[in-house]
Design a protein around this ligand. Structure first.
Ligand SMILES: *Cc1c(COP(=O)(O)O)cnc(C)c1O
Length: 390
């Protein structure tokens, strides 16, 4: 007798799927590489894959980016870096986050580049490396106006000078992070860049090799070549999503992710009957309502209740009533839809007449009153991922 194969994930049977197009991811990387090397420079690219690669899947995306020729990977937490090493990633990985004393050993064991954000942390890294008899690699973190991690730019000398006496620690990089590079007014970003470059001149003054200087996130990469320096750190732009509504994309980046599901129920709702929890929506006329099996439990934000649109048969139709944990309702009016029909929550759908409609993550973010980053990373592990072109 045959038994059920326990290796078949039940998740894969779910009629909701996020498709991640790795071909597009690699093409976006290529566009960014070409853009930052336009003037013949050898600017490196660090692909930022923190938070499950912005919801797209940490290991799959990282391995594909590595195979596509990215120089570095960037993560937030040491745990993310360890997952990548276990998955077989060989290229350098920088962990942006703050390091606690007892974590130094973990970083060094897994060959992860460490953010050194104070003299005492650097001391501890050096001591741990010496005790282990293994070299550590650090990137110095300079705070040029974010007030998060790092030594203030105007009091960075102690950290910079400490690097002169390191025996077990290599200074691979020096970096900072922009607070306002997505805003129309670029003046604070320019000030941050100036402060950062002044700190990095320390190495010139001591006739030492310059570590990799990096400061540019997606918005800065797209807006200002002066910020590119020795390496850039694209996150959201790699995934084909705009950092903010006002930031133009001269590169033609393509969205990597789409989210689709299927109609699981059809009913006629009589005029005046409230739909979903709290009856936040009541039709004025009798109408047709379909149910989709995706909700805020998957990371489709409840803030989109009565606000989002989805695509059915290539047309935009409104989400009505409160979005539930596992389901949401859509008013198709006089339109037709059958059980099993495809519904697109993010991405493109073609209608029978050949026209098409697209719903972008950026649109959902605007409608939910948040940023595209939060929509992306909110899409959680309950949604099965399907990878194209891997
Ligand atoms: C998240 C992050 C980035 C990437 O930012 P995007 O706006 O997504 O390009 C770059 N650098 C650091 C330190 C980050 O934390």
């Amino acid at each position: 007798m045959e038994s059920l194969n326990p290796n078949i994930s039940l998740l894969s049977t779910r009629p909701a799927v996020m498709t991640v197009d790795l071909g597009r991811l690699a093409r976006n990387l290529g566009r960014i590489q070409t853009h930052v090397r336009k003037n013949g420079s050898a600017t490196k690219v660090m692909a930022v894959v923190k938070a499950n690669a912005y919801g797209h899947g940490l290991e799959k995306c990282a391995l594909h980016l590595e195979a596509s020729g990215v120089d570095f990977l960037g993560c937030a937490y040491v745990e993310e870096g360890i997952i990548l090493r276990r998955a077989g990633v060989k290229i350098p990985i920088l962990i942006f986050g703050g390091i606690l004393a007892d974590q130094a050993r973990l970083y060094i064991e897994h060959d992860l580049d460490i953010t050194a954000s104070s003299v005492s942390k650097l001391d501890h890294i050096e001591a741990t490396a010496a005790a282990m008899g293994r070299r550590a690699r650090v990137h110095l973190k300079i705070d040029t106006g974010m007030e998060r991690l790092g030594v203030h730019h105007d009091t960075s000398d102690a950290l910079l000078e400490r690097t002169l006496s390191l025996k077990w620690t290599d200074v691979t990089g020096i970096f900072s992070h922009f607070a306002r590079s997505d805003e129309a007014d670029f003046s604070f970003t320019e000030l941050q860049l100036e402060r950062f470059l002044e700190c990095a001149r320390f190495f010139e003054r001591h006739a030492l090799p310059m570590p990799l200087r990096h400061i540019a996130n997606s918005a800065a990469i797209l807006r200002s070549a002066a910020t590119h320096l020795d390496m850039v750190r694209p996150g959201i732009s790699l995934y084909g999503v705009h950092p903010a509504p006002g930031v133009e994309d001269p590169l033609g980046l393509e969205p990597v992710l789409s989210l689709k599901t299927k109609v699981v129920y059809f009913k006629v709702v009589k005029a005046g009957n409230g739909v979903s929890y709290g009856h936040l929506w009541k039709p004025e006329h009798d109408t047709r309502v379909v149910t989709l099996p995706v909700g805020y439990g998957d990371g489709y934000p409840r803030a989109l209740s009565n606000k989002a649109e989805v695509l059915i048969r290539g047309r935009r139709v409104p989400v009505v009533g409160a979005i539930c944990m596992d389901q949401l309702m859509v008013d198709i009016g006089a339109g037709e839809a059958y059980n099993g029909d495809e519904a697109v929550l993010i991405g493109t759908q073609v209608a029978e007449d050949g026209t098409s409609e697209t719903i972008l993550v950026e649109e959902l973010a605007a409608r939910a009153g948040t940023i595209a980053y939060e929509i992306l990373v909110g899409l959680n592990a309950r949604i099965p991922r399907k990878y194209l072109g891997g």
